[in-house]
Design a protein around this ligand. Structure first.
Ligand code: NDP
Length: 326
């Protein structure tokens, strides 16, 4: 189709936005022309104008137009894809409740705006943290949008897990398949090597080192964000943007045959995850829809890890319910 794909990006003047927009505009989602619709808070609009000047200066052939603004109902008008990146970071002395409340205000408003003005086929991916619960808030505030259209990003964790396993085994990243991140995009997430494969062989068996799996692999993946802040002096941004693209591309165009990806999506009760929580699962995607991979055997080790992360999600849900956000 030559009708442009309308893609909204929130927090577009931020660090992730600075990587993400140029990838989107240069064709990372395919050949279809795209129109960017960029939302920022008012004080960041001037910075965003500078980013738009740079986008203009790239003369991207497939970039059909750019709209910017601070009002969600205008910016989200007719969007087919909404990438919700902007969120309120945790400030000094901020408790988790404060963080949930600040983000609650953002994601209730954006959920309502998407409900009112997005295209019928809209897909919504949440990158801004706490991503799972922000997605839950937006979803609950958009009752006319099917729940399956919302997801939160665990693809960066998924990609980090692939990279760590490739480094450990000496295999190229293309040999690593069937990786799964379960649960919350937080330190409690569970990257699962018991179903992952290295060149078609079970990853946990190939590694053969439970101590590495438990005490190096899992914490390295879960705490990678902090390690990057330590090294770089600011949080990961290009890799978060890249994962946001990977997730959107696979959602719209389908995951690879004989493989799956990790996405946080609304639970139907699969694998004992309470219905309605937005939790990360192994999913296959096709034509803009996802399906949770069924029938995986979950051993006691994995069960305990999944349960712990899901318990955290349930606590976050209860906290935002108490605040009246869902
Ligand atoms: P970034 O662009 O670096 O990050 C944006 C969000 O993505 C944060 O919530 C961040 O979480 C999250 N994130 C998810 N995964 C990762 C990851 N792996 N690494 C780093 N971040 C990750 O933040 P900036 O502060 O540079 O930019 C945010 C922009 O959003 C600002 O320009 C601000 O004005 C805007 N904003 C816009 C809103 C709107 O459009 N209505 C509302 C709120 C903010 P974490 O905080 O945990 O690092």
């Amino acid at each position: 189709s030559t009708t442009p794909l309308k893609v909204a990006v929130t927090g577009a003047a931020g660090q992730i936005g600075y990587s993400l927009l140029f990838r989107l505009a240069s064709g990372a989602l395919g050949d279809r022309p795209i129109e960017l619709r960029l939302l920022e808070i008012e004080p960041a609009l001037k910075t965003l104008e500078g980013v738009v000047m740079e986008l203009d200066d790239c003369a991207f052939p497939n970039l059909a137009g750019i709209e910017i603004g601070h009002e969600a109902e205008k910016v989200f008008d007719g969007v087919n894809l909404a990438l919700l990146v902007g969120a309120r970071p945790r400030g000094p002395g901020m408790e988790r409740g404060d963080l949930l409340e600040a983000n609650g205000a953002i994601f209730t408003a954006q959920g309502k705006a998407l409900n009112a003005v997005a295209a019928d086929d809209v897909r919504i991916g949440v990158t801004g943290n706490p991503a799972n619960t922000n997605a839950l808030i937006a979803m609950t505030n958009a009752p006319d949008v099917p729940q399956s259209r919302f997801s939160a990003l665990t693809r960066l964790d998924h990609n980090r897990a692939i990279s760590q396993l490739a480094a450990k085994t000496g295999a190229p990243v293309t040999d690593i398949t069937h990786m799964t991140i379960w649960g919350n995009h937080s330190a409690t997430q569970y990257p699962d090597l018991f179903h992952a494969q290295v060149a078609g062989r079970n990853a946990a068996e190939t590694v053969g080192d439970q101590d590495w799996l438990e005490n190096t692999f899992i914490p390295t993946v879960a705490k990678r964000g902090a390690a990057i802040i330590d090294a770089r002096g600011s949080s990961s941004a290009a890799s978060a943007a890249s994962a946001t693209i990977d997730a959107a591309r696979d959602w719209l165009h389908g995951s690879a045959d004989d493989d799956w990806v990790s996405m946080a999506v609304v639970s139907d009760g699969s694998y004992g995850v309470p219905e309605g929580l937005i939790s990360s699962f192994p999913v296959t995607t096709r034509d803009g829809d996802w399906e949770i991979v069924q029938g995986l055997e979950i051993d006691d080790f994995s069960r305990a890890r999944i349960d712990a992360s899901v318990a955290e999600l349930a606590e976050e849900r209860d906290a935002v319910a108490k605040l009246g956000l869902i």
